[in-house]
Design a protein around this ligand. Structure first.
Ligand SMILES: [Cu+2]
Length: 187
């Protein structure tokens, strides 16, 4: 198990490294900036203090505006009661997540009919990212224990992959499953 823990740690480091680099760069720049500001303080203390508050307000408003305006683009299926009952013609794919794998109610679906993915976790926090046959991340469902998430998809024929995108322990990196969408006529 030590080997897979190390693997998971390496993947975590790999994924977070760009953020760490940016973080330390920002820390470095702000420390340097702070030293420069100290020299100026003697002459323009008040003006700097005002500029600092204005700058903070500007950054805070930009941060809030960007986050709020991009909320609708988050590809997450939330527990929408309107989606609770599958409509006629829909296919249902049930996804049960556990440490560390998925149980799928079926591994073969038909193209041309909407697929309702209903997913939940039986133990801890997981998620499921659904990847198209060419590796594009189509949707992410966050799976909190005790909650069901669903999303309605229209899928082209091909082999789709589910992967857990929420670090959930030792076997996280290997937590995946596949299902096939067959073309019309069972091809
Ligand atoms: Cu996981």
């Amino acid at each position: 198990m030590w080997g897979s823990s190390l693997g998971a740690l390496l993947i975590l480091l790999y994924v977070t490294s760009p953020f760490l680099v940016v973080f330390f760069l920002l820390v470095f720049l702000s420390v340097r900036r702070g030293r420069q500001a100290e020299k100026l303080l003697n002459t323009s203390k008040k003006r700097l203090a005002v500029a600092e508050v204005l700058w903070l307000m500007l950054v805070a408003s930009i941060w809030t505006a960007v986050n709020v305006s991009s909320l609708s683009w988050i590809p997450a299926g939330v527990g929408d009661p309107a989606l609770a009952v599958p409509a006629a013609g829909e296919q249902v794919l049930e996804v049960e997540a556990f440490m560390w794998g998925y149980n799928l109610s079926t591994t073969t679906l038909e193209a041309g009919r909407p697929v309702r993915v209903v997913a939940w976790s039986t133990d801890t926090l997981h998620s499921t990212g659904i990847y198209s046959p060419d590796g594009e991340l189509l949707v992410t469902l966050m799976l909190m224990p005790g909650m069901r998430e669903q999303v309605l998809l229209t899928l082209e024929p091909g082999v789709y992959t589910l992967r857990c995108l929420e670090f959930c322990g030792d076997g996280h990196a290997f937590m995946s499953a596949v299902f096939t969408v067959a073309g019309a006529g069972g091809g």
